[in-house]
Design a protein around this ligand. Structure first.
Ligand SMILES: NC(=O)c1ccc[n+]([C@@H]2O[C@H](COP(=O)([O-])OP(=O)(O)OC[C@H]3O[C@@H](n4cnc5c(N)ncnc54)[C@H](O)[C@@H]3O)[C@@H](O)[C@H]2O)c1
Ligand SMILES: [Mg+2]
Length: 337
């Protein structure tokens, strides 16, 4: 059961629960005593070698089990771990119910033993991302990205000396050079290209069979996002985009940690001939509103690890799905004018 944590003194003064929560979490990054107190009653997402622990709900969906840190502590001690493992917990945030959230990788413990004690299974993130349908997906992605960042930044790239993390896990410092390292993300542009009637989707050979997505690409050093967008569309499918409009953004844990910025773009209906760069994409095609509408209705495209037959789209919590859904709404709105 969740035990809501009382956020001290801020709510009355700020008048907004959101403001209080944001300021409280910000304080936890620097106030080690407050962090230790928050950890006592926190909510913990567990990972094993970067795979999140998920539980099947009675309704058949998947979500991370609700674990209180004190319960996790007892389980870890029962499995022979000492208190130092809990110190590797990383602050994730604070829920709307004022529950402070942490994550912890228990990769040094026996996987099956933790699964049995906690009631769940550690599932690789790639697979987990097709199983998670609730609002927990971004939190799981953030936990995985932060845990990986700590694992791969334990040495200073200037001195080669070990770096030390702060208790919240929001930064690492090299005591020898004084360099402070903060978690990093790579900027990526994702764009849904339309010719007014159809939208353009592509697939990489590494995608599960049948899945198509919006075009995406990493920003090169020195580029604006508009330049990245035009370059990626030109490189991957040989088209020149005309109008560009921003939609939304998301953090994405693949391949490591990306900051995805989502756009809509149009091409002239007279220049729609696609020329696919097969070093980047296996295929790219125009899809009609009818095709997209039925693909959006494919439920559980990777049920029991097997891809659905035919053509299907990334999961609901992927920004590609959001852009595609937005496009269908615009198309329908246009056709009723
Ligand atoms: N959330 C979503 O809905 C969604 C949908 C599609 C793609 N994506 C993500 O977008 C990312 C970028 O798309 P893409 O693979 O088509 O990019 P891309 O077209 O730029 O091609 C990938 C290549 O770019 C190079 N590259 C340059 N900078 C890089 C960096 N910082 N990290 C890794 N590789 C870099 C590598 O050679 C790599 O093989 C993918 O990692 C994918 O996970 C997310
Ligand atoms: Mg690409």
């Amino acid at each position: 059961m969740l035990r809501p944590l009382k956020i001290p003194h801020l709510s009355a003064r700020c008048g907004s629960n959101f403001v209080s929560r944001m300021r409280y979490v910000n304080r936890l990054k620097v106030d080690d005593e407050a962090l230790a107190a928050a950890l006592e009653n926190g909510h913990m997402l567990l990972f094993h070698r970067l795979s999140p622990l998920l539980q099947r709900t009675p309704q058949g969906s998947f979500r991370p089990p609700t674990l209180i840190t004190t319960d996790v502590q007892s389980i870890l001690e029962k499995l022979g771990s000492d208190r130092t493992l809990m110190k590797k917990s990383i602050l994730l945030g604070c829920s709307e119910q004022n529950q402070v959230q942490f994550c912890l990788d228990v990769g040094e413990l026996h996987q099956a033993a933790v699964e049995e004690e906690c009631g769940g299974k550690f599932i690789s993130l790639k697979k987990a991302f097709f199983l998670l349908t609730g609002p927990e997906a971004p939190l799981v992605a953030k936990g995985r990205a932060l845990l990986r960042w700590h694992q791969t930044n334990s040495f200073c790239s200037a001195t080669g000396e070990p770096t030390q993390r702060n208790p919240a896990g929001s930064q690492r410092v090299c005591n020898s050079s004084g360099i402070v390292y903060y978690p990093t993300m790579s900027p990526v542009v994702i764009v849904l290209v339309s010719d007014g009637k159809r939208c353009l989707l592509g697939r990489q050979s590494s995608f599960p069979q049948g899945m198509y997505s919006a075009l995406a690409g990493f920003c090169d050093m020195g580029e604006t996002v508009e330049e990245t967008l035009s370059r990626e569309v030109a490189e991957e499918v040989g088209l020149e985009v005309l109008n560009v409009s921003y939609s939304s953004s998301q953090h994405w844990p693949f391949p490591h940690s990306s900051f995805m910025m989502g756009f809509h773009a149009s091409v002239s209906p007279t220049y729609t001939q696609v020329s696919v760069d097969h070093t980047e994409l296996e295929d790219a095609r125009w899809f009609s509103l009818e095709e997209i509408t039925s693909a959006l209705q494919v439920k559980a495209p990777l049920s029991r690890g097997k891809p659905a037959a035919g053509f299907w789209l990334p999961p609901k919590h992927a920004i590609a799905n959001h852009l595609i859904t937005e496009w269908t709404h615009r198309q329908r709105a246009q056709s009723t004018i």
